[in-house]
Design a binder for this molecule. Sequence first.
Ligand code: ACO
Length: 436
Amino acid sequence: MSEVAKTSTDVATLAFEGKELALKVVEGSEQEKAIDIAALRAQTGLITLDEGYVNTGATTSSICFLDGERGILRYRGYSIEDLARNCDFLEICFLLIYGELPTEEEFANFRDSIRRHTMLHEDMRLFYNGFPRDAHPMASLSSVVSAMSTFYQDSLDPNDPKQVEISIYRLLAKLPTIAAFSHKKSIGQPFIYPDNNLSYCENFLKMMHAVPCEEYRIDPDFVQALNLLLIVHADHEQNCSTSTVRMVGSSNANLFASIAAGICALWGPLHGGANEACVAMLERIREDNGDVAKYVKMAKDKDNNFRLMGFGHRVYKNFDPRATIIKAACDRLLAKLKVDDPLFKIAQELESVALNDEYFVQRKLYPNVDFYSGVIYRALGIPMQMFTVLFAMGRLPGWIAHWKEMHASPGKKICRPRQVYTGPTLREFVPLKKRS
Ligand code: ACO
């Protein structure tokens, strides 16, 4: 559950129309301060305006801490570096959702509960017959997750902890199966059913890559790389998709509906879709004779809406610690596999040109998590359209944790921002026939 933020001894004062208003200041556990403006409208008639929520704290939360200036990311107080080095992805799921790292016994029970739910209902499998073969797997993913509400009507009540618990197991267990089926559909291969003897990552890789007519050997390096990728994507506080999950959940929509909405939000190229857009951009540069300088110039040109995908972040204005972890893993994996990926070379060149360019330095634009993740996914044999699907698999425990935290909060309210209206004032109605 979210800890209540301390009320600081500081007070902020707002002067408006000759009056002064004292506003409470709240303080988080990392000494971050925020002005509590909940009473502002009642006392002054004013609202705050902050397009894109660049400076708006939507909630208090005890799940994830990030400090964009210092490049810090922690889940429940543990550094991302420690977790990425030492944990299995399912331990991270447990940590995010329940607040503590599991004991051995808790972990074994959690894994078993998830394993029991990996299969899809056979009728759910039939959805894939209806989707066009070239459907984007993010579209199939969100549709099938949304359709879980039709199959599991026994667990839709967000206020019943038992129903929520089983929905959590079902989501964590089935998302890899749904994702792998979307891929198999797109390449016309038979679906590979889950194998509950395997670990979470092994099972996913098998469902993605195995075919019924050949033995599939799971590469432990692939398993390790996938585990790491899922961990670094697992949570990132109030990002666009997590805020969407909270927003939808705040109306008491069920967990499946809320997660399906989060998947749709993640799909956009300014958010999770950036990993796919980044590799597409690297491909484009390669086809253009690897002319990195040309693309850097285009990104700087204000008359051109081209941006360097995988660069910049709303919060990280120093470096993205996830990008550092992934880059090291990428170096290790490509060296081990002896892969000579031209896109990786272009990525390295682009990184070094941009990091030394005044435009990027001044705006504090650094490579983000998506910059290298696509290159690793390629090395794992994951097709480009599936990159954001893997991001969704990683982010799922974070979405669930935030959804649960919101419901457990004593101050839970439906999310309903206000606006400053700029349209026409009252106009006289003109009947259809008299309109010119
Ligand atoms: N390439 C070129 N210029 C950029 C880039 C970029 N990737 N990102 C920002 N800028 C420039 C902007 O043009 C702007 O310049 P100006 O001040 O001269 O007008 C300045 O840097 C600030 O940019 P904003 O868009 O205001 O920054 P914001 O915090 O709103 O956006 C965002 C962050 C959306 C991530 C942006 O940097 C971007 O579009 N990056 C590319 C897409 C991407 O990689 N997204 C993944 C984010 S990580 C994630 O979701 C997992």
